[in-house]
Design a protein. Structure first.
Length: 426
């Protein structure tokens, strides 16, 4: 039997079609399309029947208003900027003054140990002298006595009238005098005699006057009488004397001379750097040759003085005094100036052997309110006018007077800008 051919087909593996790789696409540059303006003629426009409407014109008045408003806004802004930049108030304060002082005892040593000690030296000496002074006669005193004077006694009788010593003569005012020596007054004649007042004092210093003789009978008094031609003196006499003030002046002059001599003697061997000096002066003896209110052409004064001197480094002591003065300065105060030339130094105690001394030092200076005072904080014055600022500071005792300068001229209150408020202390 013939073989049968197999009808089944043999599977052949399929080949994948080759994929062709595409070449990278070329990037074409972008071409910007520019619209080409086409000139359109009037005829074409008319053919297109396009309606063209012109907008209505803006009124000129509106532009003017806009311009004016802009100008005003700019001007207002400029004024505001100018105001803020220039507005200010200057407050002038006439500050009250208070005198601050310091007083302390400083130690003077030949070799200082502490910073508060001052280098110095101690000396002492005694001098005596007698000096004669001419009387100036500037002092006057009244000496009370019984006034005397001369009278002319007239006798109109035909016989002599005897008048014994102490015969009374009376003035019309009743002041009585007595004859010093007895006299005989011839008849029809006159004599000159001396009389003295009964009472002491100025009552007897009478002007020229007439006198009666009360010891004679009434009828004879008309015939025997007296008359004075000059004023009587001696009731009260003013004379030049050496008064107490003249004696004191002479003693002061002599003391100054002795002290000057003592200073020259004591400072002979002192270091030139010890420019400060203080003295203790004691008058050991003082004698006058006349009593006060006695008359004398000249008088003597005898005196003995002891001078103790402390010499010290004045510059160092001044620095200590100024430091202590500033320690007492209060908050919100400052010194106008500190004059150390006004520093006072007095000897309290000294020891010649150890060359040590204690001196009392005093220094003072005027202080006023400073810029740092809370009373002058500028924020206190914001919105106040001149009178309000004055009343505030004067009332608090900070100032004796206050004036305020405002700028610009139309401003009359302190501005709110604190950095535009200035304080001037005078």
């Amino acid at each position: 039997m013939p073989e049968k051919k197999s009808t089944s087909k043999k599977r052949v593996p399929l080949k994948k079609p080759a994929v062709k790789k595409k070449a990278p696409a070329k990037i074409k540059p972008a071409v910007k399309k520019v619209a080409v303006k086409k000139k359109v003629t009037v005829k074409e426009v008319e053919e297109l029947e396009v309606d063209i409407h012109q907008p209505a014109a803006v009124p000129l008045m509106i532009y003017r208003r806009i311009a004016v408003t802009f100008v005003f806004v700019v001007a207002a802004a400029l004024i505001a900027v100018l105001y803020l930049a220039t507005v200010q108030a200057v407050i002038h304060v006439d500050s009250t003054e208070s005198l601050l002082s310091t007083q302390f005892v400083a130690n003077i040593y030949d070799v200082p140990v502490q910073e508060t000690d001052v280098r110095g030296a101690v000396r002492t000496g005694t001098l005596g002298k007698t000096q004669t002074f001419e009387s100036t006669g500037d002092s006057m005193t009244d000496i009370v006595g019984r006034a005397t004077g001369e009278i002319t006694i007239t006798n109109e009788m035909n016989f002599t009238q005897q008048l014994v010593a102490t015969t009374r003569f009376l003035t019309p005012e009743g002041v009585q005098f007595r004859l010093v020596d007895g006299v005989s007054v011839p008849g029809g004649g006159s004599v000159v005699a001396t009389v003295q007042a009964d009472d002491a004092g100025e009552v007897g210093d009478v002007e020229p006057t007439s006198f009666t003789v009360p010891g004679l009978s009434q009828s004879r008094q008309k015939l025997v009488y007296a008359q004075s031609s000059e004023s009587f003196t001696g009731g009260v006499t003013t004379v030049a004397v050496v008064g107490q003030s003249e004696l004191d002046a002479a003693a002061k002059q002599l003391q100054d001379e002795l002290v000057a001599d003592a200073k020259a003697m004591l400072s002979a061997d002192i270091d030139a750097e010890l420019t400060g000096e203080s003295y203790e002066i004691a008058v050991d003896e003082q004698v006058f040759s006349v009593e006060p209110n006695s008359s004398a052409a000249a008088f003597d004064v005898s005196m003995t003085v002891t001078v103790s001197a402390v010499y010290y480094d004045r510059e160092s002591l001044e620095q200590i005094a100024v430091s202590k003065l500033y320690d007492g300065l209060g908050q919100g105060q400052m010194f106008i100036s500190v004059d150390t030339g006004e520093m006072l130094v007095g000897v309290e105690a000294y020891d010649i052997e150890d060359q040590e001394a204690n001196v009392l030092v005093s220094l003072e200076a005027p202080a006023i309110t400073s810029q740092t005072s809370a009373a002058l904080e500028v924020s206190r014055f914001v919105g106040m006018d001149e009178s309000e600022v004055r009343d505030l500071l004067v009332g608090e005792g900070v100032a004796t007077d206050v004036t305020v300068e405002f700028f610009p001229f139309w401003v009359n209150t302190v501005p709110r800008l604190k950095d535009h408020i200035y304080i001037d202390i005078r």
